[in-house]
Design a protein around this ligand. Structure first.
Ligand code: ARG
Length: 280
Protein backbone atom coordinates (compact mmCIF):
# COMPACT_ATOMS: atom_id res chain seq x y z
CA UNK A 1 0.00 0.00 0.00
CA UNK A 2 1.09 3.57 -0.76
CA UNK A 3 3.04 5.12 2.09
CA UNK A 4 1.97 8.37 3.74
CA UNK A 5 4.22 11.27 2.61
CA UNK A 6 5.49 13.76 5.15
CA UNK A 7 7.88 16.73 5.26
CA UNK A 8 10.75 17.19 7.67
CA UNK A 9 13.73 19.58 7.81
CA UNK A 10 17.20 18.66 9.10
CA UNK A 11 18.19 20.57 12.23
CA UNK A 12 21.43 21.94 10.73
CA UNK A 13 20.63 25.48 11.89
CA UNK A 14 18.23 24.61 14.72
CA UNK A 15 18.64 26.49 17.98
CA UNK A 16 16.84 28.83 20.32
CA UNK A 17 17.77 32.30 19.07
CA UNK A 18 14.69 34.21 20.29
CA UNK A 19 11.77 33.70 22.69
CA UNK A 20 8.31 33.45 21.17
CA UNK A 21 6.69 30.91 23.48
CA UNK A 22 7.06 30.09 27.20
CA UNK A 23 9.21 27.00 26.51
CA UNK A 24 11.89 29.15 24.90
CA UNK A 25 12.28 31.43 27.90
CA UNK A 26 15.81 31.14 29.31
CA UNK A 27 16.83 28.71 26.55
CA UNK A 28 18.58 31.07 24.13
CA UNK A 29 21.86 29.47 23.10
CA UNK A 30 21.26 26.40 25.26
CA UNK A 31 20.46 23.78 22.64
CA UNK A 32 22.93 20.92 22.49
CA UNK A 33 23.37 20.79 18.71
CA UNK A 34 24.89 17.29 18.63
CA UNK A 35 22.14 15.86 20.78
CA UNK A 36 19.49 17.65 18.69
CA UNK A 37 20.98 16.11 15.54
CA UNK A 38 21.05 12.62 17.09
CA UNK A 39 17.46 12.93 18.33
CA UNK A 40 16.26 14.16 14.94
CA UNK A 41 18.14 11.36 13.13
CA UNK A 42 16.58 8.76 15.40
CA UNK A 43 13.11 10.19 14.78
CA UNK A 44 13.75 10.27 11.03
CA UNK A 45 15.00 6.67 10.98
CA UNK A 46 12.07 5.45 13.08
CA UNK A 47 9.44 7.26 11.02
CA UNK A 48 11.05 6.22 7.72
CA UNK A 49 10.00 2.64 8.40
CA UNK A 50 6.36 3.72 8.08
CA UNK A 51 6.23 6.86 5.92
CA UNK A 52 8.00 8.49 2.95
CA UNK A 53 9.91 11.54 4.11
CA UNK A 54 10.63 14.56 1.94
CA UNK A 55 13.25 16.85 3.47
CA UNK A 56 13.25 20.57 2.81
CA UNK A 57 16.65 22.29 2.90
CA UNK A 58 17.63 23.79 6.25
CA UNK A 59 18.32 27.54 6.19
CA UNK A 60 20.75 29.59 8.16
CA UNK A 61 18.95 32.12 10.39
CA UNK A 62 15.74 30.08 10.41
CA UNK A 63 16.17 28.07 13.60
CA UNK A 64 12.48 27.08 13.76
CA UNK A 65 12.22 25.77 10.18
CA UNK A 66 12.61 22.25 11.61
CA UNK A 67 9.02 22.60 12.82
CA UNK A 68 7.56 21.81 9.43
CA UNK A 69 4.06 21.27 10.89
CA UNK A 70 3.83 25.05 10.71
CA UNK A 71 4.49 25.20 6.97
CA UNK A 72 0.91 24.85 5.82
CA UNK A 73 -2.07 22.53 5.61
CA UNK A 74 -2.76 20.18 2.72
CA UNK A 75 -5.89 18.51 1.44
CA UNK A 76 -5.72 16.69 -1.90
CA UNK A 77 -3.82 18.86 -4.36
CA UNK A 78 -4.47 22.00 -2.33
CA UNK A 79 -2.13 23.54 0.18
CA UNK A 80 -2.91 26.52 2.37
CA UNK A 81 0.40 28.20 3.14
CA UNK A 82 1.07 29.52 6.60
CA UNK A 83 1.27 33.16 7.50
CA UNK A 84 3.15 33.40 10.76
CA UNK A 85 1.86 35.68 13.45
CA UNK A 86 5.32 36.69 14.65
CA UNK A 87 8.02 38.34 12.56
CA UNK A 88 10.67 35.91 13.85
CA UNK A 89 9.23 33.13 11.67
CA UNK A 90 7.89 35.02 8.67
CA UNK A 91 11.01 34.44 6.55
CA UNK A 92 10.13 30.73 6.55
CA UNK A 93 7.03 31.41 4.46
CA UNK A 94 8.96 31.78 1.19
CA UNK A 95 10.86 28.52 1.82
CA UNK A 96 7.61 26.61 2.23
CA UNK A 97 6.17 28.40 -0.79
CA UNK A 98 9.11 27.28 -2.98
CA UNK A 99 9.01 23.70 -1.75
CA UNK A 100 5.27 23.20 -2.11
CA UNK A 101 5.30 24.95 -5.46
CA UNK A 102 7.94 22.49 -6.67
CA UNK A 103 5.71 19.68 -5.47
CA UNK A 104 2.91 21.11 -7.68
CA UNK A 105 0.36 21.97 -5.03
CA UNK A 106 -2.34 24.52 -5.74
CA UNK A 107 -1.24 27.13 -3.26
CA UNK A 108 -3.26 29.74 -1.42
CA UNK A 109 -2.76 31.89 1.66
CA UNK A 110 -4.55 34.51 3.73
CA UNK A 111 -2.23 37.45 3.17
CA UNK A 112 -0.26 39.29 5.80
CA UNK A 113 -3.22 40.49 7.87
CA UNK A 114 -4.51 37.06 8.97
CA UNK A 115 -2.19 34.62 10.66
CA UNK A 116 -2.47 30.88 10.19
CA UNK A 117 0.19 28.44 11.38
CA UNK A 118 -0.72 25.35 9.35
CA UNK A 119 -0.97 21.88 10.79
CA UNK A 120 0.30 23.23 14.08
CA UNK A 121 -3.18 24.73 14.52
CA UNK A 122 -5.37 22.56 12.29
CA UNK A 123 -5.85 18.80 12.54
CA UNK A 124 -8.22 16.50 10.65
CA UNK A 125 -10.49 14.04 12.37
CA UNK A 126 -9.94 10.56 10.88
CA UNK A 127 -12.69 9.00 8.74
CA UNK A 128 -14.82 12.14 8.71
CA UNK A 129 -14.82 15.46 6.93
CA UNK A 130 -14.00 17.57 9.94
CA UNK A 131 -11.13 19.86 10.79
CA UNK A 132 -10.26 20.94 14.33
CA UNK A 133 -8.82 24.43 14.13
CA UNK A 134 -7.33 26.47 16.96
CA UNK A 135 -7.36 30.20 17.48
CA UNK A 136 -6.51 32.56 20.28
CA UNK A 137 -2.72 32.46 20.23
CA UNK A 138 -1.12 32.10 16.80
CA UNK A 139 -3.86 31.52 14.22
CA UNK A 140 -6.84 33.82 13.56
CA UNK A 141 -10.42 32.66 13.87
CA UNK A 142 -11.26 34.46 10.59
CA UNK A 143 -9.31 31.96 8.46
CA UNK A 144 -11.64 29.15 9.46
CA UNK A 145 -14.64 30.32 7.49
CA UNK A 146 -12.51 30.45 4.37
CA UNK A 147 -11.18 26.91 4.92
CA UNK A 148 -14.71 25.67 5.56
CA UNK A 149 -16.06 27.17 2.35
CA UNK A 150 -13.20 26.43 0.02
CA UNK A 151 -12.66 22.86 1.17
CA UNK A 152 -16.29 22.05 1.98
CA UNK A 153 -15.35 20.72 5.33
CA UNK A 154 -16.80 21.19 8.79
CA UNK A 155 -14.40 23.30 10.84
CA UNK A 156 -14.64 23.27 14.63
CA UNK A 157 -13.00 26.28 16.29
CA UNK A 158 -11.10 25.49 19.47
CA UNK A 159 -9.89 28.35 21.62
CA UNK A 160 -6.50 27.90 23.28
CA UNK A 161 -6.17 29.55 26.68
CA UNK A 162 -2.91 28.27 28.23
CA UNK A 163 0.20 30.01 26.81
CA UNK A 164 2.22 26.78 27.23
CA UNK A 165 -0.07 25.10 24.71
CA UNK A 166 0.06 27.76 22.06
CA UNK A 167 -0.51 25.50 19.04
CA UNK A 168 -3.32 22.94 18.78
CA UNK A 169 -0.89 20.08 18.18
CA UNK A 170 0.71 20.67 21.59
CA UNK A 171 -2.46 19.66 23.44
CA UNK A 172 -4.77 17.78 21.05
CA UNK A 173 -4.33 14.73 18.84
CA UNK A 174 -7.03 13.01 16.80
CA UNK A 175 -6.16 9.32 16.40
CA UNK A 176 -6.70 7.00 13.45
CA UNK A 177 -9.54 4.99 15.01
CA UNK A 178 -11.56 8.11 15.91
CA UNK A 179 -10.29 8.84 19.41
CA UNK A 180 -9.03 12.25 20.51
CA UNK A 181 -6.23 12.58 23.00
CA UNK A 182 -6.19 15.98 24.72
CA UNK A 183 -5.29 18.10 27.71
CA UNK A 184 -8.62 19.66 28.74
CA UNK A 185 -7.21 22.68 30.61
CA UNK A 186 -5.69 24.03 27.41
CA UNK A 187 -9.19 24.87 26.10
CA UNK A 188 -12.00 27.17 27.15
CA UNK A 189 -15.28 25.66 28.32
CA UNK A 190 -17.10 26.19 25.04
CA UNK A 191 -14.35 24.47 23.06
CA UNK A 192 -14.43 21.53 25.45
CA UNK A 193 -18.15 21.19 24.90
CA UNK A 194 -17.55 21.21 21.13
CA UNK A 195 -15.08 18.34 21.53
CA UNK A 196 -17.51 16.48 23.77
CA UNK A 197 -20.30 16.88 21.25
CA UNK A 198 -18.29 15.24 18.52
CA UNK A 199 -16.19 12.66 20.30
CA UNK A 200 -18.06 9.97 22.22
CA UNK A 201 -17.05 9.47 25.88
CA UNK A 202 -15.41 6.17 24.98
CA UNK A 203 -13.23 7.89 22.42
CA UNK A 204 -12.05 10.74 24.65
CA UNK A 205 -8.60 10.19 26.09
CA UNK A 206 -7.87 12.88 28.66
CA UNK A 207 -4.24 13.61 29.31
CA UNK A 208 -2.77 14.75 32.64
CA UNK A 209 -0.84 18.00 32.99
CA UNK A 210 2.31 15.96 33.51
CA UNK A 211 1.87 14.12 30.21
CA UNK A 212 0.85 17.32 28.44
CA UNK A 213 4.03 19.00 29.68
CA UNK A 214 6.18 16.25 28.25
CA UNK A 215 4.39 16.84 24.93
CA UNK A 216 2.70 13.45 24.93
CA UNK A 217 -0.12 14.94 22.80
CA UNK A 218 2.37 16.26 20.25
CA UNK A 219 2.36 12.92 18.51
CA UNK A 220 2.61 11.62 15.01
CA UNK A 221 0.07 8.88 14.35
CA UNK A 222 -0.13 6.55 11.42
CA UNK A 223 -2.57 3.66 11.63
CA UNK A 224 -1.82 1.84 14.89
CA UNK A 225 1.55 3.54 15.38
CA UNK A 226 2.08 6.52 17.64
CA UNK A 227 5.39 8.38 17.85
CA UNK A 228 5.96 10.83 20.67
CA UNK A 229 8.58 12.36 22.95
CA UNK A 230 7.46 10.73 26.19
CA UNK A 231 4.36 9.27 27.86
CA UNK A 232 3.48 8.04 31.33
CA UNK A 233 3.16 4.26 31.72
CA UNK A 234 -0.59 4.76 32.45
CA UNK A 235 -1.18 6.55 29.17
CA UNK A 236 0.90 4.04 27.24
CA UNK A 237 -1.16 1.24 28.74
CA UNK A 238 -4.44 2.97 27.86
CA UNK A 239 -3.33 3.35 24.26
CA UNK A 240 -1.91 -0.17 24.09
CA UNK A 241 -5.28 -1.50 25.24
CA UNK A 242 -6.84 0.21 22.24
CA UNK A 243 -4.36 -1.45 19.93
CA UNK A 244 -1.87 1.40 19.51
CA UNK A 245 1.83 0.78 19.58
CA UNK A 246 3.87 3.59 21.15
CA UNK A 247 7.28 4.51 19.77
CA UNK A 248 9.15 6.83 22.11
CA UNK A 249 11.43 9.20 20.21
CA UNK A 250 12.99 11.63 22.68
CA UNK A 251 13.19 15.19 21.36
CA UNK A 252 14.18 17.08 24.52
CA UNK A 253 16.38 19.54 22.61
CA UNK A 254 13.45 20.56 20.40
CA UNK A 255 11.23 21.03 23.43
CA UNK A 256 13.53 23.88 24.44
CA UNK A 257 12.00 25.65 21.42
CA UNK A 258 8.48 24.49 22.34
CA UNK A 259 8.21 21.69 19.79
CA UNK A 260 7.86 17.91 19.93
CA UNK A 261 7.52 15.03 17.49
CA UNK A 262 4.41 16.28 15.71
CA UNK A 263 5.84 19.76 15.20
CA UNK A 264 8.83 18.21 13.43
CA UNK A 265 6.58 16.64 10.78
CA UNK A 266 3.94 17.75 8.33
CA UNK A 267 1.65 15.53 6.28
CA UNK A 268 1.88 16.12 2.54
CA UNK A 269 -1.42 14.37 2.03
CA UNK A 270 -4.33 13.36 4.21
CA UNK A 271 -5.40 9.76 4.30
CA UNK A 272 -8.82 8.63 5.49
CA UNK A 273 -10.64 11.93 4.99
CA UNK A 274 -14.18 11.49 3.72
CA UNK A 275 -14.69 13.12 0.30
CA UNK A 276 -16.90 16.20 -0.03
CA UNK A 277 -20.41 15.45 -1.18
CA UNK A 278 -20.99 16.77 -4.73
CA UNK A 279 -22.41 20.28 -4.49
CA UNK A 280 -26.06 20.68 -5.42
N1 ARG B 1 9.54 27.82 18.36
C1 ARG B 1 8.46 27.49 17.51
C2 ARG B 1 7.36 28.51 17.62
O1 ARG B 1 7.16 29.04 18.68
C3 ARG B 1 7.95 26.12 17.83
C4 ARG B 1 6.89 25.64 16.89
C5 ARG B 1 6.29 24.32 17.28
N2 ARG B 1 5.42 23.86 16.29
C6 ARG B 1 4.21 23.30 16.49
N3 ARG B 1 3.58 22.81 15.48
N4 ARG B 1 3.64 23.27 17.66
O2 ARG B 1 6.71 28.84 16.66
Amino acid sequence: MKKQKIVMCRPDYFGVNYEINPWMEGQIGRVNRDLARDQWNYLYKTLAQYVDIHCIPAQEDMPDLVFTANGGLSLGENMILSRFRLTERQAEESIFYDEFNKLHYQLSDFGRSLSFEGEGDALFQANERLLWAAYGVRSCLEVQLHIMKSWQIEVIPLRLIDPRFYHLDTCFAPLSAGEALYFPNAFDAFSLSEIEQRISPANRILVSEEDACQFACNLFNIKEHIFTNAMSPELIEKLNDRGYQIHICAVSEFMKAGGGVKCLTMKLEQQNIVAASPSA
